[in-house]
Design a protein around this ligand. Structure first.
Ligand SMILES: [Cu+2]
Length: 153
């Protein structure tokens, strides 16, 4: 068997193994991190600042059922994002982005901020547990992370 005969089946194998990732629905997470909240139900405003490369603060406590208005400010000199999910989901999304770098991102729990920009996200936390958040950009994801502790009522 020459080298080409061995390479082609391998390429086909790789193509098929990535096939399951080709139709992702980012906003439809498996874990229950909550849902977009109503502005008239906001119980608290939580301010977060992004610097290069971390979130301040990196740990947040909320109550089960609570609707939070996040005010996120990018105080760094680079673009940053904020994405919520379980760590497994965040890792999967980061992997997806590496495979499809030109794809638009439409997650409902995602904020994308230019340097100096401030954005808001109203979110209702429906179930107690720990939710991770991170900046999914390349080179940021490993360091730029935080946790939301959703306390049981
Ligand atoms: Cu970042």
């Amino acid at each position: 068997m020459n080298a080409m005969n061995r390479i082609i089946p391998l390429v086909i194998l790789v193509l098929f193994s990535t096939e399951s990732y080709s139709a992702p629905n980012h906003s439809n997470l498996e874990s229950d991190i909550g849902r977009p909240g109503d502005s008239d139900k906001v119980s608290r405003i939580i301010k977060l600042t992004q610097v290069d490369n971390m979130f301040l603060p990196a740990e947040i406590e909320v109550n089960e059922g609570e609707t939070i208005q996040f005010v996120v400010k990018n105080g760094g000199n680079h673009k940053h994002e904020m994405l919520m999910g379980s760590m497994a989901e965040l890792k999967k999304i980061v992997k997806m982005r590496r495979m499809y770098p030109d794809k638009e991102h439409s997650e409902t729990q995602l904020l994308q901020l230019e340097p100096g920009e401030q954005k808001e996200l109203i979110w209702q936390f429906t179930r107690a547990g720990i939710i991770d958040f991170a900046c999914p950009l390349p080179g940021h994801f490993k360091k730029m992370r935080g946790k939301i502790f959703v306390e049981k009522k």
